[in-house]
Design a protein around this ligand. Sequence first.
Ligand code: IPE
Ligand code: IPE
Ligand code: MG
Length: 231
Amino acid sequence: MAQINHLAIIMDGNGRWAKNQNLKRVEGHKKGANIVRDIVTHTRRLGIKNLTLYAFSEENWGRPKTEVSTLMKLLVEFMTSERKTLLENNIHFHPIGNLDKLPPFVKPLLKKLDRDTQKDSVMELNLALSYSGRSDLVNAVKNIVKSNINPKDITENTITENLSTFNFGKDVDLLIRTGGDKRISNFLLWELSYAELFFEESFWPDFTTDKLDQILSDFYKRDRRFGLISQ
Ligand code: IPE
Ligand code: IPE
Ligand code: MG
């Protein structure tokens, strides 16, 4: 049976969900934030150790200012409302991405929640914010060069260890993308190397814990060969 240590989700389709309901895109983001809550606590109940959620990409900065500022406000609301649940469930909130780009009213809160939820944690919730897989790889290369390592000593681990996902799940076992599109959109490029991919038609605000359970039961049946032959 396939094992799962690291689940990653591209939470896509908020805008289209809202459009279908004749609502503004921001309403889709609000509904989407509530689903995050359910999925995080459900993942914790299932005992999955690492959950990485793609909440905001580096490319998403190019969206209209009003949409970006709503997303930032929703992020602050999420951190405030979920603090207690994260602490009670020993879930470490760990933001990843180019966090320096986030507005000043967001950055200190991210740091504080990260610090406050670290102790005794049994699950990592990695929130990808202003994240770009390519830029994470570029940063890794910069760090490696700065370390003056001898090129002959560079291994795959050297790269893995210098990515923002180091210290937790590393390789993704299962990637789910909601919203019907079948692409990676610059998420966890290195870490997805041997991930099982699931593309879910539902928009993120219609995603449920039942749908997650269905995908997981399909995942457990998959034969992950990693280039070898079946057992
Ligand atoms: C995902 O939903 C949330 C973010 C990217 C911030 P979208 O906002 O991309 O919704 P669609 O894909 O336009 O429907
Ligand atoms: C990917 O969704 C990023 C997040 C879900 C945060 P996008 O909506 O930005 O991706 P594209 O534009 O469809 O590739
Ligand atoms: Mg989208």
